[in-house]
Design a protein around this ligand. Sequence first.
Ligand code: ADP
Length: 217
Amino acid sequence: MNIVLLGPPGSGKGTQADLLAKRYQLVHISTGDILRQAMNARTALGIQAEAQIKAGQLVSDDIVSGLVGERLRTPAMQGGGFLFDGYPRNGNQVYQFDAILAKQQLALSHVISLEVSEQTLLQRLLGRRTCDGCGRTVNINLQQAGNKQSCQVCGGELIQRVDDDEAIVQKRLSVYQSETRPVLNIYGERGLLHTVCGDGKVDEVFQHLVSLLSDVL
Ligand code: ADP
């Protein structure tokens, strides 16, 4: 099973991708995570990508597709299925991905779009924090009470992602509409696209995804 999971920022792609990867033993590849790791490690590529990430814009197609091609050539990818989260993100990346897959004699089995209302996306993104101690992601807007600067589990500091600032979030949402929506049309025309409602609790959304995959397997 080779899956592409798409959805606007805040739709829960990363969370659902982790769960799906475990359930179906897929290699989870998140271009956002790869780029953030490179940025935090201050590699040449990370430094190059940083300005675009911090502005809420897409990193250049050649950089991202280059990274994807590299990942798909690693031995860990041989024989098993994969799940891409956040790639391809515009029409050009779809065609670059087509070429990469063809070279490796691979094909996509499902493209899934998580659909979430804009109000929910904003609430999730603006309240999202990650604990620098245990790595947990929390939403401070959903926390009942207490200190919103530290983790209620380990006491670590809650950190906001650099691109979760309000102005940048608006930019990311508009880039999604203008650049990534066309990707859904392309896969829709190819008969690969499935849409799943991403509003609701994590396990509810996961159940929708699992039942979709068992229906179309
Ligand atoms: P989100 O989907 O919530 O914006 P991601 O972690 O997927 O979060 O991406 C964060 C940022 O990384 C994006 O705003 C963009 O700058 C960059 N990025 C991730 N994937 C891609 C991609 N396929 N093409 C270009 N830029 C990307």
